[in-house]
Design a protein around this ligand. Sequence first.
Ligand SMILES: Cc1ncc(COP(=O)(O)O)c(C=O)c1O
Length: 444
Amino acid sequence: MTNSPETTLPGPIPAPRTCGAARKAALPKTPPASSADGGGRPKARGARSEPPHARRTRFVDPFQPAEIRRLVRKFGSPLLILDCERVRVQFRKLRAALPRVSLHYALKPMPHTAVVRTVLQEGGSLDLATSGEVQLVRRLGVDPDRCIHTHPIKRPPDIRNALEFGVRTFVVDNADEVRKFERLAGRAELLIRVSFRSPGAVCDLSRKFGCDPEDVLSLARLAAELGVTVRGLSFHVGSQAADSAKHVEAIHACARLMAAGRRAKLGVLDTLDIGGGFPIDYAQPVQDIGWFCEPLREALDRLPKRVRVIAEPGRFIVGPAAIAVASVMGRSRREGHWWYYLDDGLYGSYSGQLYDHARYPVEPLKDGGERLPSVLAGPTCDSIDVIAENLLLPKLETGDLIVGRAMGAYTWASASEFNFFPKSTVVAVNLTPGDTGAVMPFPL
Ligand SMILES: Cc1ncc(COP(=O)(O)O)c(C=O)c1O
């Protein structure tokens, strides 16, 4: 990774307020130790000497071992190190791969202030799906014109909150949802979400949401009868797509439906939202994003020029941008294996192994020595809380650090505090390129 040009925060985002929860979140999870033991226990004293968002003269990769150790000494363990420089790189890669597409970062995989700010600095927009996400961006002073609301099923207060904030574009996928906008004609416009089943995706999101393609025109007709503008169509072929064939099929099908809807004068139909699904490397590498998007670009080039195309990438933007760092709390020898019990696990940052079907590359920071059959387990009392088995690892000691890679998406966001084991502290580094890291207030 190279030095980046200086970027400044966009004007409308004021400094976030520090609330009680934020101050609490800033406390290190591991009790401070009087001296660093090389195994990651925090050294509270060194921490105070460095101001928040201290700057260096040159860019230092926060995923390098020495930096990981420094950050754990300062912020404690478990720690999620979020590198905004990598967020920038991912955003730019996707923008280069889809030059015609306006990228709306979907907050759900990592609803964090630093990611929102970085995406906005890059000229991106946002995809919101809940009142909590609306509240987060509202408190950050984000321009609502840069936001869309894409949850197909909404409670009336969810619609109210988003409208009060200033969001205009909403997603629907059935007649009941269309009717929720009857009295809001003129204040809101709709994208109709279409279902394209995708058994090849790791998470097939069209099983739960989206109408059948055959029902699109009748929903558009209902909206027209109620005086509600249908701006266009949307789809999400599923997260971590195996290839782009489903995206291409969905783009062609939506193009036909939009043309039919316009002929029947059922809406403006000048917007196509192609969702997310852009894959990243985990334990298994995937196609480079440029190659993945090539067929999509060709399909999009065949759309009429008046059609505005947007996407809602989540995983691709933030997945590779964070690593999870856990410490060994204790160990035990069981049936010929070393079991290492970490302060993070399946109920914490590794929750994505259950909910998101992900397998993160995981390794100790320590190297060398004989490799022995080992198991990495989480801290809770539940026997399901095992991160990885049948590993060959050097012999670890209490306090040694374990690093999980590609852990920015659907990890911390879905973590719980079961057994009162706290979620990881998130430290954002390189919010302005070169800053040394800070725990940011969570403005809810
Ligand atoms: C409506 C919607 N948009 C965007 C996303 C983000 O998808 P991905 O992380 O695959 O890019 C999701 C994921 O669940 C979603 O449900």
